[in-house]
Ligand binder design. Structure first.
Ligand SMILES: Cc1ncc(COP(=O)(O)O)c(C=O)c1O
Length: 149
């Protein structure tokens, strides 16, 4: 489940991994994906919801906490336990320093993995972007370098 404003890498991922992408349209009222009408898109085959921290075209953060709350409500009603992957392309490099009060990361139990992209924050020329997965049971995090984009 993805916002219709995802970066093209997500369409590639879905094609290559044969994952059905369900795109939530944006509107004037919902300029980012915010969990609105999430229950129309989530079902027993949903492997995850992507929340973007720094939409490519606008830089806006999607409210991960609000999306997690919408998924909590769905779980309470249906039993479906759907994890969140945060596409923290630029925001994951910036929010921890400039907006530490925003909870968008592993502080939220529903966040299972995060990727970030240092080219998205204008740091190096060659992106050593990375992905992290959280294993709450063991308390470990694994970082996977994505290599140069
Ligand atoms: C929201 C978002 N996700 C993912 C990416 C892909 O990042 P990278 O090229 O570092 O893998 C970008 C790049 O523009 C992006 O804006």
């Amino acid at each position: 489940m993805l916002s219709s404003a995802v970066q093209v890498c997500w369409e590639k991922f879905c094609n290559y991994w044969d994952v059905e992408a369900r795109f939530v349209p944006l509107s004037q009222e919902h300029r980012v994906f915010d969990g609105h009408n999430l229950d129309r898109y989530v079902d027993e085959n949903t492997i995850g919801v992507v929340a973007i921290m720094g939409v490519t075209y606008t830089g806006l953060y999607e409210p991960v906490q609000q999306i997690a709350a919408a998924l909590d409500a769905i779980q309470a009603r249906t039993g479906l336990d759907v994890p969140i992957h945060v596409d923290g392309a630029s925001g994951a490099m910036i929010a921890p320093f400039l907006q530490p009060q925003i909870e968008w990361d592993f502080r939220l139990k529903r966040v299972a993995s995060i990727n970030t992209s240092s080219d998205g924050s204008d740091i190096p020329v060659c992106s050593p972007g990375s992905s992290r997965t959280d294993t709450p049971s063991t308390g470990t995090c694994t970082t996977f370098p994505n290599g140069c984009a």
